[in-house]
Design a protein around this ligand. Structure first.
Ligand code: UDP
Ligand code: MG
Length: 322
């Protein structure tokens, strides 16, 4: 009897983690493709953890249909839309695999790549990330802004993130456990993956077009995502002002000395109020930027201090409570 229970509870090798929000049109083709890819490595047992991130279309009903027919398909239904990062966090928490593979449901991350991931994993890498070698499916502006973000981010932090690597990757249990130790709400997944360390390598792939539905991203969201990423990972934007302030004050003092000396030598010189206005405006602007940056951090401290849960699970399907 005990033995049967053990077999039922046996942990799978791979946990595929997919967060979805209003993805009713992508589901069928996603499951078809992912099963096809996983059948090519049938020595590896798997589970597919689907997080329904508060969809308001038929995503949950369709998922339930799949989960009822196949207990390898598991569902975590959020009470509302919390965001993909939190979906992935929930996936990491509930997954049982020896390795996890977070991916998008829209097949922009080709499922066949899992086979390459697993090969590298067997070679001893704890993290194998997909590198988008061709972002032809993205617009020029998106590629440019993404590149700029990586540049600035890597300049400021101690654990750089590889260019053009997304969330699509294989991560070993060691890394999942490390991620689960984090208690923060401002989750910047890519940064956290890099922060954990461990032996990692990349595998190139071509980013595909979305199979169905529309991207939930826009530039405002991307901008906020970049802000979250930077403020979650580094205090560089706060520190830089100490140096810039010191520099500006030094220049100010030197200029003051120059003016005093000039007044003594040449007498009082009334004009110059245009330059005065320019300086006041410039310094006022810089001070406001500093206040804004402080605000970005203080706002996040406020959110962290409140210590709210990062998501609320409404229902779980095919997932035990142990
Ligand atoms: N997603 C999510 N919650 C959200 C927004 C998106 O779980 O609030 C999921 C979405 O269903 C998809 C993945 O995150 O599986 C990537 O989203 P999307 O394709 O919109 O982003 P893009 O690929 O354009 O960056
Ligand atoms: Mg997408």
């Amino acid at each position: 009897m005990n033995k049967t229970i053990k077999i039922i509870n046996e942990n799978p090798d791979l946990s595929i983690i997919v967060s979805m929000y209003n993805e009713e049109d992508s589901l069928d083709v996603f499951f078809e493709k992912i099963r096809e890819a996983l059948s090519a490595i049938s020595d590896y047992s798997y589970e597919i953890i689907c997080i329904d991130d508060g969809s308001i279309d038929k995503t949950y009903e369709l998922l339930l249909d799949y989960a009822n027919k196949d207990n390898k398909i598991k569902i975590i239904k959020f009470s509302r839309n919390f965001g993909k990062e939190y979906g992935l966090m929930a996936g990491f928490k509930f997954c049982k695999g020896r390795a996890a593979i977070p991916m998008d449901v829209d097949l922009q991350d080709p499922p066949e790549l899992i086979i390459d991931f697993v090969k590298k994993w067997e070679d001893g890498y704890d993290m194998v990330y997909g590198i988008r070698s061709d972002r032809g499916s993205d617009t020029f502006l998106k590629r440019f802004t993404a590149k700029l973000f990586y540049k600035i981010y890597n300049m400021m932090t101690r654990s750089p993130i590889p260019y053009n690597a997304g969330d699509y990757r294989l991560i070993d249990r060691k890394i999942i456990d490390a991620i689960l130790l984090l208690k923060e709400r401002n989750v910047f997944m890519k940064g956290i993956f890099g922060w954990t360390g461990f032996k990692s390598c990349g595998v190139k792939y071509t980013r595909q077009k979305r199979v169905a539905g529309k991207s939930k991203w826009n530039y405002w969201k991307l901008w906020n995502f970049a802000l979250d990423g930077i403020t979650a990972s580094t205090t560089f934007p706060l520190r830089i002002w100490t140096y810039l302030g010191t520099l500006l004050s030094s220049v100010g003092i030197l200029y003051a000395i120059y003016i005093i000396l000039r007044t003594i030598v040449q007498g009082i010189d009334v004009p110059g109020y245009a330059s005065l206005l320019v300086f006041i405006l410039l310094l006022g602007g810089i001070q406001m930027i500093i206040l804004g940056i402080l605000g970005e951090y203080i706002g996040r401290i406020f959110i962290e201090v409140k210590d709210r849960p990062i998501y609320i699970v409404e229902k779980k399907v095919n997932i035990g409570d142990e």
